[in-house]
Design a binder for this molecule. Sequence first.
Ligand SMILES: NC(=O)c1ccc[n+]([C@@H]2O[C@H](COP(=O)([O-])OP(=O)(O)OC[C@H]3O[C@@H](n4cnc5c(N)ncnc54)[C@H](OP(=O)(O)O)[C@@H]3O)[C@@H](O)[C@H]2O)c1
Length: 239
Amino acid sequence: MSRTVLVTGGTSGIGRAVAARFTADGAGVTITGRHPDTVESAAKELGVRGLVCDASDPDQVVALAADLDGPLDVLVNAAGGLVPGSAPGTPPLQALARQWLSNVSANVLTAVLTTAAVGGRLAPEGTVVSIGSIGAERGGGSYGAAKAALAAWNTFLAAELGPRGVTCNVISSGYVTGTNFFGDGMTEERHQRLVEETMLKRPGTPGDLAETIFFLASPGARHITGQTIHVNGGAFTTR
Ligand SMILES: NC(=O)c1ccc[n+]([C@@H]2O[C@H](COP(=O)([O-])OP(=O)(O)OC[C@H]3O[C@@H](n4cnc5c(N)ncnc54)[C@H](OP(=O)(O)O)[C@@H]3O)[C@@H](O)[C@H]2O)c1
């Protein structure tokens, strides 16, 4: 029987590659994003279902859960990213508060709300994967702290859902090209520096992440849970 998969933030980059990977396996995939135009075009190109949902908005997440049918085999929390700073002229402490709240909202709350809303539907042997970041290890300010919090929350979630046979892991991603993550903030010099930090001397691709996530949802990964798994070409090692 084909699996059902929900990918938040599935309109571009890593989430989109995840949606393509599970679709190629015959799964019934639903993707989300905040913008109707990109959700519609990505869903059409991928041949999946697209639903508009800002995963940081509780009301929209409740509506998303109501729109889904039946049990869910795989939830991938890919929605997130770097939130731009405040407009020039914003008082410094207000700007700082906004920066922290918005990064936590974009990178933690999105996963927490979606998982809470659809977690009851997860099938026995289900899988939750949330996308973290090497920024959590690199003093990445509010973004890195938010991704560190995501990993801390994941250990709680894994203990909560473990008795049902559901595995929960974070993929901590290194530098990945082919995404909208950096906007126009990537220079050739920065690209070279990030590539040089890897042992493999190349950036990650969305497909690299998608294959690891696909593995975590496979029968061979049923005893892997509560973990932060680093996919970064060796740019950060755990020993
Ligand atoms: N690219 C990298 O080098 C890198 C490195 C480490 C970690 N990551 C993480 O990887 C994940 C995927 O990012 P990406 O690199 O693939 O970047 P991306 O191409 O910008 O994709 C982000 C996706 O998330 C969606 N999204 C953002 N906020 C959302 C929200 N509140 N609700 C629903 N959807 C939302 C975006 O669509 P809309 O904007 O239309 O909503 C888009 O589909 C993120 O969590 C990011 O922090 C990326």
